[in-house]
Design a protein around this ligand. Structure first.
Ligand SMILES: [Ca+2]
Length: 278
């Protein structure tokens, strides 16, 4: 059995598996290969890629019934999403009778806000990138404090992103998405405009993935950004969209929100990102 969780979890996260027949409990530590630069520092561009995972592997006798839970610092813990896969799918051996990952309860207001560190006050904490890295930049001069961007975008779909907690993906729950965004030239740092009528402005998308290792079962659902929201005279423009969680989103193994933007000579800078329940 293999379980994938996000790279923002650390070595303190344990997977405890109970054999329900014998009540024997075994704890497993996760595996994560830190990507390093030549000088030994962490390569943040690699580390923050959304498709990197901390992985837990457990070899269990077939036919048994098992219950698994994540524990961190002695407390039951949920690492935003857990992607589950039989490591040797397609084998000829009998499967487990059951393997259940226990999803811990939440406080009633827990799902009111899906974005963590949306004002970037905690630096890059909880920010991934669909590639291109995450970089915190000082926007104090424009009154925003810290903001976040991806400095090494080489494709339209690369940019800062966050996973939603899978426990909050409840069918028919509605959310308001809001974010401030500014566009600056990578080289000159001058402000850049875009035309919202021809698709050249940033837009937000959700990426849904199943539990498969190779993410072959992947789909995307747009949130907003294709209609006119851009005012060329503003330094910061504001996304404001509403979306309702559909059955396919609720059923996904993981749900990621990320931006798309065709101009690769520009930086998308985000701040005050929020996905708030309405
Ligand atoms: Ca800020």
């Amino acid at each position: 059995m293999g379980l994938d969780v996000s790279t923002f979890e650390d070595d303190a996260l344990l997977l405890k598996i109970i054999d329900l027949a014998t009540q024997v409990t075994t704890s497993f530590t996760g595996e994560y290969d830190w990507p390093l630069n030549l000088d030994g520092s962490i390569n943040m561009e690699e580390h923050t890629k959304t498709h990197r995972r901390r992985r837990f592997f457990a070899t269990l006798p077939s036919g048994g019934s098992y219950e698994a839970r994540f524990v961190k610092d002695g407390q039951t813990h949920w690492p935003l999403h857990v992607k589950q896969e039989y490591e040797d799918s397609g084998h000829d051996c009998p499967d487990f009778n059951s393997f259940t990952v226990v999803v811990p309860d939440m406080e009633p207001e827990y799902c009111d806000e899906l974005i963590r560190n949306g004002d970037i006050s905690d630096g890059a904490e909880n920010w991934w990138a669909t590639m291109g890295g995450v970089a915190v930049i000082d926007e104090s001069a424009s009154g925003q404090g810290f903001a976040i961007t991806s400095e090494y975008r080489t494709a339209e779909w690369m940019g800062p992103s966050q996973y939603f907690d899978s426990r909050c993906m409840t069918v028919n729950a509605s959310y308001k998405v809001s974010a401030k965004v500014k566009l600056i030239d990578k080289t000159t740092k001058d402000l850049i405009n875009c035309n919202p009528h021809d698709g050249s402005c940033p837009r937000l998308t959700t990426k849904l993935q199943s539990g498969a290792w190779e993410d072959t079962n992947e789909s995307c659902i747009g949130i907003g950004g294709k209609d006119a929201y851009w005012h060329s005279s503003f330094e910061w423009n504001t996304f404001e969209y509403e979306f309702t969680i559909s059955q396919v989103v609720a059923d996904a193994g993981s749900v990621l929100m990320y931006p798309e933007y065709p101009n690769l000579d520009a930086l998308m800078v985000f701040d005050d990102v929020s996905v708030h329940r309405i």
